[in-house]
Ligand binder design. Structure first.
Ligand code: ADP
Length: 627
């Protein structure tokens, strides 16, 4: 038996390994199963190039828990190691790797965001084991080797009688890590980290009932067999070519990824590139509605089919973190912090590629089946609108597929909308006026008034719409967006001829004074000569102020400090209405006040502004009037 001392600069590295990232001890299993996978894939390669003259067979990796012996075994049928190789790869390479890793990261804060803590490798075994054994037989014609190390720098290396090719790692679990002897704990970890690894992983066995033979007698008792319980899918959909997969395959893979998700995704995007970086993956658009928050952290990041993390911040553009699915890339550096990631050139390229692919796919979907795309619009718009605001590259492509629906469910692209508006929807400066509503119910009377005049009214109800409108106006100097309740419709859109006012200038001044005497200060009175049939009183909220206020409320960091601004309203009074004449001609001041207040309340009611005490008083007063 040979004994030796691992050449260390730190006297005892193992306590350090143990202390390092306490909460991440569980990654030891991923690291050891990954090593077994690598060893198997290396053997496959050696055989394929004629370097190894052995049978590949159907190798698997087995994980076994020995509760009584307090041991975990990880067994592979890969290329194995000779004694010399153990000396070289485990005592020197693996060790210096671990040492370097620790050197680099032991000082960094725990939350430095090193993704998945890759790189610790074999020695991560000592995070949970007090003693580790390696029994390994190389594919080469050399005796097996048995390495043992108890966590001090001393190790033993002796011949072993293992005859089958491959490596068995035996972990003697430390007292403080006995939780890992739980079957459910191990199967949970395998499921989390190794679910899609390329070599089948066996954990225990399960019984399966054999099918009943055709000539079975009446009293046939079903036969059962014990079969290996393979916990992973070695060929997940994203590793295949899109041409090999049907729509149903993509949906099945979605269910495999999210077993608890019962709703099918709306569509998928298959990512597949190998130059200038390597990236595969499948992204899914789930049904989103307008809730932006709940969906994050659903995209899983893999490296060569090994799970790394579900936090893809910095790798996937932020607006796409609302999607689901998988990306797999060996080119994403995993031992850097999040901020390091964002500064990384390769990562920036990956992020741009994903944005471009998503835009291309949306365009294709739009062109292939517009009706279907329109039907899905409400479920995807929040992602797209957010993307237009946050990624210039996406914004540039978005014109080809982003839609603007009307309150009656007609969908326009911006270009189509402009064409349509040219007919009869321009303001006094000749700009195209995009009328929109934020809420069909709340702005019902205004929508009706606009539709009566033959105008198109959009329904734009996303929480971030005011920001988007602002951006679109900046880039399209020929259009202006105004909400239907931002002014009287005839002031928003150019009229052919002005309606003549029934009132003289003197009468108007008197009316204005009477009105201002009874209405609250928050309203500014605006007299307009309109069609006598138009509503006598309407309340409007000027577009600019309302939009700025909305923008400061939905991000934009208290833009212009308008977050706390009071609401500003105009009271538009139709001077040609009978009511205006009545108010003007009523001598009795009490009665006049009554008229003004009742009319104001009715106007408020149609803008959804009459609430609480004011509403109660209004209803009471109205009952009095009809009694
Ligand atoms: P890495 O896998 O990143 O190289 P490790 O510390 O995990 O680092 O392993 C060091 C080396 O030990 C590997 O490169 C490999 O040569 C060898 N090794 C580890 N596990 C196995 C195994 N199961 N079969 C064969 N060789 C192995």
């Amino acid at each position: 038996m040979a004994t030796g001392k691992i050449n260390v600069s730190v006297e005892n590295i193992f306590p350090l390994i143990k202390k390092f990232l306490y909460s991440d001890h569980e990654i030891f299993l991923r690291e050891l199963v990954s090593n077994g996978t690598d060893a198997t894939l290396k053997l496959k390669h050696l055989i394929s190039i004629g370097e190894a003259k052995v049978e590949y067979g159907n190798p698997i990796i087995e994980v076994k828990v020995d509760k009584e012996g307090k041991k975990i075994h990880i067994i592979d049928q890969g290329l194995g190691m000779t004694a010399d190789e153990v000396e070289k790869y485990i005592n020197q390479v693996a060790f210096s790797g671990a040492e370097e890793f620790l050197d680099k990261y032991k000082d960094s804060a725990k939350d430095s965001g090193i993704i998945g803590h890759f790189g610790l490798g074999f020695y991560s075994a000592f995070m949970v084991a007090e003693k580790v054994e390696i029994i390994t037989k190389s594919y080469k014609d050399e005796p097996a080797a048995h390495w043992t190390c108890d966590g001090s720098p001393e190790f033993t290396l002796e011949p072993a009688d293992k005859t089958s090719r491959g490596t068995e790692i035996i972990l003697h679990i430390a007292e403080d890590s006995l939780e890992f002897l739980d079957d459910s704990k191990i199967s949970g970890l395998l499921n989390k980290y190794n679910k899609f690894m390329p070599i089948p992983i066996k954990f225990g066995t399960r019984t399966e009932t054999l099918p009943k033979p055709e000539d079975a007698p009446e009293d046939y008792v079903n036969e059962t067999v014990e079969i290996d319980n393979i916990i992973n899918n070695p060929n997940p959909a994203w590793t295949k070519q899109p041409s090999e997969l049907s729509d149903e395959d993509y949906k099945n893979f979605y269910r495999e990824l999210y077993p608890m998700q019962f709703e099918d995704p709306l569509f998928h995007i298959h990512l597949n590139v190998d130059y200038p970086f390597n990236l595969t993956g499948i992204l899914y658009f789930p049904k989103l509605g307008s809730d932006m928050q709940i969906q994050k952290d659903k995209i899983q990041l893999y490296q060569n089919q090994v799970y790394v993390t579900d936090n893809v911040e910095g790798i996937v553009p932020e607006f796409l973190t609302m999607l689901k699915g998988v990306i797999d890339s060996p080119d994403i550096p995993l031992n850097v912090s999040r901020s390091g990631l964002q500064a990384d050139g390769a990562v920036k390229k990956i992020s741009n590629y994903i944005t471009r692919k998503v835009a291309d796919k949306l365009k294709a979907l739009f062109n292939e089946n517009r009706a279907d795309f329109e039907a899905k619009w409400n479920d995807i718009k929040i992602v797209l609108e957010y993307g237009m605001l946050s990624e210039e590259k996406f914004y540039e492509k978005a014109g080809a597929f982003v839609l603007y629906p009307t309150v009656d469910d007609t969908y326009f692209t911006l270009e189509e909308l402009k064409e349509k508006l040219k007919e009869n929807q321009t303001d006094k400066d000749g700009k195209l006026v995009v009328l929109y509503a934020g809420n069909k119910d709340a702005q019902h009377s205004y929508i009706e008034a606009a539709k009566d005049k033959g105008y198109e009214v959009l329904l734009l109800d996303s929480p971030i719409i005011s920001h988007l409108i602002q951006k679109i106006e900046n880039d399209n100097k020929d259009v202006t967006f105004v909400r239907v309740d931002s002014d009287h419709i005839d002031n928003l859109i150019k009229k052919e001829e002005n309606t003549i006012s029934k009132l003289s200038e003197d009468e108007k001044a008197t009316l204005k004074t009477s009105l201002e005497a009874y209405i609250p200060k928050a309203y500014s009175v605006q007299l307009e000569a309109m069609d006598s049939q138009a509503a006598p009183f309407i309340i409007t909220q000027p577009e600019f102020m309302r939009r700025m206020k909305e923008m400061s409320q939905t991000g934009g960091g208290g833009m212009f400090g308008m977050g706390n601004m009071p609401e500003m309203y105009n009271l538009v009074v139709n001077t040609n209405s009978d009511l205006a004449s009545s108010i003007l001609n009523t001598e009795d001041k009490t009665h006049q006040e009554h008229l003004v207040k009742q009319a104001l309340d009715l106007a408020k009611l149609s803008q959804n502004l009459l609430k609480g005490e004011a509403l109660t008083a209004f209803v009471k007063r109205s009952f009095e009037m009809i009694k």
